[in-house]
Design a protein around this ligand. Structure first.
Ligand code: PEP
Ligand code: MG
Length: 756
């Protein structure tokens, strides 16, 4: 307790007093004024003000201590001033000298210049900011942690009063406390093309706490204890299931849950929150809020993950308290679902029923992330990078995902819906046109033959091979089959999958890439090793060379599946020739093993290397004599060339694959392969966009592997292109000092009638 300060009665007494105030007569403004007066007295503060969100502005609704004329006049944008900053970050701020804070915004009408210290907390309803509650003092007061927590508790109760209409006549406030029901449009980034309309489903369901103020504190404590006990039971039961069901990471997580579920510090905090007058549910949410604030400030990835586990555990506890079944969004998916998430991994996406999932909206995400790659394979439209959208959507809202124009519409008006249906019609017509061009040979206007291949990995891709009339599968991502299963597929299961793919492809080649896990591709049953930079970490060939049993089983399955036919095997993330040699040795040994056992072997085994780590380009003279083919993975190559994480939203548009650096690098690589007579394919996403594919042909690629839906547009482009003219034009671009040569390439296409 700060010396010289009166003893505050604590929030429990205050909450009781606030309830009495609610019941008193008077206008809403009068009663809110009494509420803030009581809070100020309780917190021993000269000022207490309640700002509530109206549209995108925080309006001063009631104050004790500031100029009363400022009520309903002072408004701050979210993000403006200290109050706006608290709302923008949904976290408390305690400042002994508020005016020296860079975010301080002076509002002369309030007369607040005499108050030096400020403590403000967000007023949250269902994790959404609906206002800000502030206390101020003239002295430079250091607010203690307990005071921050007390004000947070009061803010929760205030949120409930506002939202439930307890301040009768406060319809304005009730409306302000709800998510807007207004339609809106938001821009994002196309992660997967296509259009969809449907019902918003939150990947992480919001748990709604109805009642925050406890009527009977001992009873709330009993409820809390019972919920904690049943949650512990559940975690124990899950841990008791046999090891083959829960291995690796899931077991680690459960052990962490178990540890937290017995953590006395956490439990004591929950009890204190109930003691302060909150219901058990509200107490869990309040303590969860503290965890989230801590998470925002922590950069250490390991600690962040542990705090995320604690956050998850709080959600579980809430489910036990509210008695809701522990279903995930994937289990309860409605027809026509549009899934909304902050971010998502490819395995999580694959958990959802494809027949019901119409589209996805992500607040983060980049087009090169694997969730985007999987969504494209499944033809699920995805718009990513739509910041802050989840807070503005209610589950069940109608939502339009326009992956063709990188935008989303929430609660669309009828005009938008009819425009949407028109776009669907146009899209269908476009797809019909590509289908009609299915038989057209992929030969450029000057007669250059281009091999058009598809990227695959899911069984649905086999039908794509026929629909597109592609020349084969240029990249089969074997890890996707590992990601859709709850446990590691055994050797037999792997053989069966590969055999099915080979049989379906028939004469058409299939390039099987060995397991490329790690980075954003996690297998739920494999122990995850905490890494600061997973994209540059223990992944792909690095992991499988260190765990050769994994690779051996896979190679064996591939060899058995391809017995009697041709097999193409490719190793991912090769950074140096020696890695390729070691991987190839493992393969050769497996072939020899089959020969020794007099088992059938493939007619021919061709072995290739991915080129996605720049270092390998300088070793091509040593590598090319050892490989049968090279395949460029532009997705990883881009991230390593530019030191720009392929999954980072902030960097998603920062560097252009059509940059002089990338194009001249690829030109040099292609020349080396051509000189050695080694086939080279582009299998990264770069080859899937017509303009980029055009540039690749200009610099010498003759083999492109891409998602199936790109075959139509890319083939149309190449049939309208004369390669020699483009190659000549591009020779002047490699040395360009510009950020990108997209502009000149677009101009070339326009002037030469190339359909891009
Ligand atoms: C690439 O990196 O370009 C690639 C084809 O592999 P993935 O996207 O699966 O990492
Ligand atoms: Mg890659």
């Amino acid at each position: 307790m700060t010396p010289g300060r009166a003893q505050a009665p604590g929030p429990r007494g205050l909450l009781r007093r606030l309830r009495e105030v609610m019941a008193e007569a008077g206008t809403v403004d009068e009663r809110l004024a009494r509420v803030v007066r009581n809070i100020a007295a309780n917190m021993v503060a000269e000022v207490c003000s309640a700002y509530l969100l109206r549209g995108d502005e925080l309006e001063l609704y009631a104050t004790e201590g500031l100029n009363p004329d400022a009520v309903h006049k002072t408004r701050l944008k979210v993000g403006e001033g200290l109050v706006g900053d608290i709302a923008a970050h949904a976290r408390p701020l305690a400042l002994a000298d508020a005016q020296s804070h860079p975010q301080f915004a002076y509002k002369p009408e309030t007369g607040e210049e005499v108050y030096h210290s400020l403590l403000g907390v967000p007023i949250l309803r269902d994790n959404r900011v609906i206002g800000v509650l502030v206390v101020q003092n003239q002295t430079r007061r250091q607010y203690a942690d307990e005071e921050v927590e007390a004000l947070e508790t009061i803010a929760m109760v205030l949120a409930e009063m506002v939202a439930s209409g307890q301040l009768s006549g406060g319809e304005d406030l009730v409306a302000a406390s709800r998510a807007s029901t207004m339609p809106f449009r938001a821009d994002g980034r196309t992660l997967s093309e296509g259009l969809a309309i449907g019902i918003a489903v939150l990947h992480e369901p919001r748990i709604h706490v109805e009642k925050t103020m406890a009527d009977d504190i001992p009873r709330e404590k009993l409820r809390l204890d019972a919920a904690v006990a049943s949650m512990r039971d559940q975690v124990n039961k899950m841990l008791e299931t046999p090891d083959n069901d829960i291995v690796g990471e899931s077991r680690d997580i459960l052990e962490t849950y178990k540890m937290f579920a017995h953590d006395t510090g956490w439990l004591a905090k929950l009890h204190q929150a109930v003691d302060s007058g909150l219901t058990a549910e509200a107490a869990v949410q309040r303590v969860q809020g503290d965890t989230r604030h801590r998470m925002q400030a922590i950069t250490d990835p390991y600690l962040r993950e542990r705090l995320a586990d604690l956050d998850d555990l709080a959600n579980r506890l809430l489910l036990h308290l509210t008695g809701r079944p522990q279903h995930t969004a994937a289990e309860n998916l409605p027809e026509n679902a549009i899934l909304m998430a902050r971010s998502m991994g490819p395995a999580e996406l694959l958990d959802y029923d494809r027949r019901k999932l119409q589209g996805v909206i992500l607040e983060e995400g980049s087009s090169m992330s694997h969730v985007a790659i999987v969504a494209r394979a499944l033809s699920i439209p995805v718009v990513g990078g739509v910041e802050g959208v989840i807070a503005k959507v209610e589950p069940g809202d109608t939502v339009v995902v326009d992956g063709d124009h990188a935008q989303v519409f929430v609660r669309p008006v009828s005009d938008v819906v009819s425009a949407f249906h028109q776009s669907v019609g146009l899209r269908k017509a476009r797809l019909a046109k590509y289908a009609a061009q299915r038989e057209d040979p992929s030969i450029t206007a000057d007669g250059t033959r281009v091999a058009m291949l598809v990227n695959a990995g899911l069984l649905i891709d086999l039908s794509h091979l026929d629909e597109t009339n592609a020349d084969g599968i240029g990249l089969y991502r074997t890890e996707l089959q590992f990601m859709v299963r709850p446990t590691m597929p055994k050797a037999d299961a792997q053989t069966a999958i590969y055999r099915r793919v080979i049989e379906h492809a028939g004469e058409r080649p299939v390039v099987f890439r060995t397991l490329d896990i790690g980075g954003d591709k996690v297998l739920p049953y494999l122990v995850k090793y905490p890494e600061e930079n997973p994209a540059m970490g223990w992944r792909a060939i690095r992991l499988t060379l260190d765990r050769p049993a994994l690779l051996k089983v896979q190679l064996r399955a591939l060899l058995e599946a391809a017995a009697g036919s041709n097999l193409h095997v490719m190793f991912p993330m090769i950074a140096e020739v020696d890695e390729f040699r070691r991987a190839r040795r493992l393969l050769d040994r497996e072939v020899q093993r089959l020969v020794n056992l007099r088992k059938p072997v493939p007619l021919k085994v061709q072995v290739g290397s991915m080129l996605e780590v720049p270092a390998l380009a300088w070793q091509l003279p040593a590598l090319l004599p050892l490989v049968d083919f090279i395949s460029v993975g532009s997705n990883d190559l881009m991230q390593f060339m530019f030191a720009a994480d392929r999954g980072n939203t902030k960097l998603a548009d920062r560097y252009d694959p059509l940059s002089p650096a990338m194009l001249s690098f690829l030109h040099w690589v292609v020349q080396q392969c051509h000189a050695a007579g080694t086939p080279i394919t582009m299998c990264g996403e770069m080859g899937s966009r017509p303009l980029e594919a055009m540039a690749l042909l200009g610099l010498g690629f003759r083999r492109l592997s891409m998602p199936a839906n790109a075959i139509g547009p890319v083939k149309e482009m190449l049939r309208s292109l004369s390669v020699p003219a483009l190659a000549e034009f591009m020779s002047k671009l490699y040395a360009s000092p510009e950020h990108s040569v997209r502009g000149p390439l677009e101009e070339f296409a326009r002037e030469n009638g190339v359909i891009v």
